[in-house]
Design a protein around this ligand. Structure first.
Ligand code: ADE
Ligand code: ZN
Length: 341
């Protein structure tokens, strides 16, 4: 008999919603502060962790942007990425499409190239030494204006052959997707995939806008889509992938209890949901913990776990032949595993 953690660990899976700056553990934060001769407003790792009590998304973002201030050099970004990849390799993750927030760094004088070169170096090493492949998604910060997003797209120009797509993150309410219609169109014209956070705290209208105004390829979160049956119908008809983040939703009070999380309901409605960690250093768990805690709380069946794993690849931007190979591996693994639930 295989238990849930063992079954989940061996299940081939991808992570499609991960902010690399959100994987900065307090220990690394202190190490980078020392290396870069910076003062932190905390005296210990325990004090940092104690500050991670959030009432909503903005509470978290304030501390997340402050934490990112210790990232200064190419080596810092490479170390950050590698620390994350070591954690998810142990969780049986095979592919990651990771977000980064260049404006958080360029606005404090760190060149775009330092951020991108450091992350790309970490990603290349993770592929060779850990067997975890990855792609980069550049996120525009939605609390800033569209001109700032255009300036970021111009900075990214020399790197566009190494960037999968663009996303939209940060404070959602009051910053609808339509605010970024022109820069998303320009990004699409450059051959980039499009994703956007929508329906995390924002209303169903923001999800409609992400679909109809931005023309996204994936919705990040999408929880509040469930309030609108017509929207659910549309998402199902489009086969639209939702990158759902249960432990994040719990920590940011999007749900009060993991047992009330809508993930199982989403699968039941035919929505193409995936399971992800969002900002694992802040929300109490990497990919594996999200899978196990959610499966436990919602009583996810083996068939549902297999569907989630398959969705993580069919919802990815991997080439179709790689997706097919991973689906075959998932089927072979599931049929050979003694896990039953
Ligand atoms: N940036 C990092 N994590 C985020 C989240 N969960 N929502 C919006 N912006 C973010
Ligand atoms: Zn996110």
């Amino acid at each position: 008999m295989s238990d849930l953690p063992t079954f989940v660990q061996g299940l081939p899976k991808a992570e499609l919603h991960l902010h690399i700056e959100g994987s900065l553990e307090p220990e690394l934060m202190f190490e980078l502060a020392r290396r870069n001769r910076l003062d932190l407003p905390f005296r210990s790792v325990e004090e940092v962790r104690a500050a991670y009590a959030f009432g909503n998304l903005q509470d978290f973002l304030d501390i997340y942007y402050q934490g990112a201030g210790v990232l200064r050099t190419e080596e810092d970004f490479k170390d950050l990425a590698l620390a994350y990849f070591r954690r998810v390799a142990a969780d049986g993750c095979r592919h990651v499409e990771l977000f980064f927030d260049p404006q958080t760094h360029t606005d404090r004088g760190i060149p775009f190239a330092v951020v991108a070169d450091g992350l790309l170096a970490g990603m290349a090493e993770a592929e060779t030494s850990l067997g975890v492949g990855s792609g980069l998604i550049l996120c525009y910060l939605r609390h800033l204006d569209e001109d700032a997003a255009f300036a970021t797209l111009r900075m990214a120009e020399p790197y566009l052959d190494r960037i999968l797509g663009v996303g939209l993150d940060s404070s959602e309410v009051g910053h609808p997707p339509s605010k970024f219609a022109r820069v998303f169109r320009a990004s699409r014209e450059r051959g980039l995939k499009l994703v956007a956070h929508a329906g995390e705290e924002g209303p169903p209208e923001y999800v409609w806008e992400a679909l109809d105004v931005l023309g996204v390829d994936r919705i990040d979160h999408g929880n509040r889509a469930l309030e609108d049956p017509k929207l659910v119908e549309r998402l199902v008809a489009d086969g639209m992938t939702l990158t759902v983040c249960p432990l994040s939703n719990l920590k940011l009070c999007v749900v009060d209890d993991l047992a009330e999380h809508p993930l199982k309901r989403m699968l039941g409605l035919g929505l193409k949901a995936t399971l992800n960690s969002d900002d694992p250093a802040y929300f109490g768990g990497y990919l594996g913990r999200n899978w196990i805690a959610t499966a436990d709380a919602l009583g996810l069946t083996k068939a549902e776990l297999v569907t989630l794993a398959k969705n993580s690849f069919t919802g990815s931007f991997l080439p179709p032949e790689t997706v097919q190979a991973r689906l075959a591996e998932i089927d072979a693994y599931a049929s050979s595993s003694a896990y039953s639930q």
